[in-house]
Design a protein around this ligand. Structure first.
Ligand code: AP5
Length: 218
């Protein structure tokens, strides 16, 4: 399976990507996670990306494309992959398509997570993550068993820098201007499936599993 999860910030892509990657035994490539890891390790790429991320802007295409192509060329991605948060611009999508053509592989499906703006803001504002094992929680919808503590590894949970109220609006406008055009881009290529991202995590998961089991509508 070679699939892309596309959608607004806070749309639930990462939450569902972890589940689907395990279920289908394919690697999940999340550019957000890869970039946050580089920032935490203070690599030169991380130092370059940090400012863009904290302002809620996209990291330059060339940086992200290089990162993804290196991963896609690795042996573990030969059996398939799930791209979470990439591509996010038409340039990234064009480059990905060129790269996949050069390997003789195509994409199976792009899943577009749709969600209302109010719910996006509610989800982003309440998100807390584990800096150690990267588990993601929500203060109301997906709370940890002990307040502020990761269920998996016991570390204190943190709020992402770009989840602060002053950055959320800017991420939403960047999404509308630069990423939302990809909905039409993939629709015209008959590869887009829309998923209603509202409701409980388990309900979205059930809809997603059912959608992935269907043949694509050409
Ligand atoms: P990235 O990490 O990719 O952020 P994003 O796309 O904005 O997505 P999020 O991680 O915010 O949300 P999500 O859809 O994964 O939702 P989640 O499952 O966590 O990117 C961060 C930054 O990196 C970008 O701003 C940019 O600077 C840079 N970047 C990354 N990729 C790039 C690229 N390709 N090009 C250039 N720059 C790039 O869920 C959100 C919350 O809701 C959680 O608290 C979760 O517990 C909760 N939740 C999930 N599902 C449900 C549900 N069904 N009901 C209730 N709560 C739910």
């Amino acid at each position: 399976m070679r699939v892309i999860f596309l959608g607004p910030p806070g749309g639930g892509k990462g939450t569902q990507a972890d589940f689907i990657a395990k279920k289908y035994d394919i690697p999940k490539l999340s550019t957000g996670d890869l970039l946050r890891e580089s920032v935490a390790k203070e690599t030169s790429l991380g130092k370059e990306a940090k400012g863009y991320m904290n302002r809620g802007e996209l990291v330059p295409d060339a940086v992200v494309i290089g990162l993804v192509e290196e991963k896609l060329a690795s042996p573990e991605c030969q059996k398939g992959f799930l791209l979470d948060g990439f591509p996010r611009t038409v340039t990234q999508a064009d480059q990905l398509s060129t790269f996949l053509e050069s390997t003789g592989e195509g994409l199976d499906r792009v899943v577009y997570f749709s969600l209302s703006k109010n719910e996006i803001i509610r989800r982003i504002s309440g998100r807390r993550s584990c800096p150690e094992c990267k588990a993601v929680y929500h203060l109301e919808s997906v709370p940890p068993k002990r307040e502020g503590v990761c269920d998996v590894c016991g570390k204190s949970l943190v709020q992402r820098n770009d989840d602060k109220p002053e950055t959320i609006e800017s991420r939403l406008s960047v999404y509308q201007e630069q990423t939302a055009p990809l909905i039409e881009y993939y629709k015209t290529r008959n590869i887009l499936s829309e998923l209603d991202g509202a409701g409980l995590v388990s309900a979205v998961q059930d809809r997603l599993v059912a959608l992935l089991a269907q043949p694509r509508v050409e």
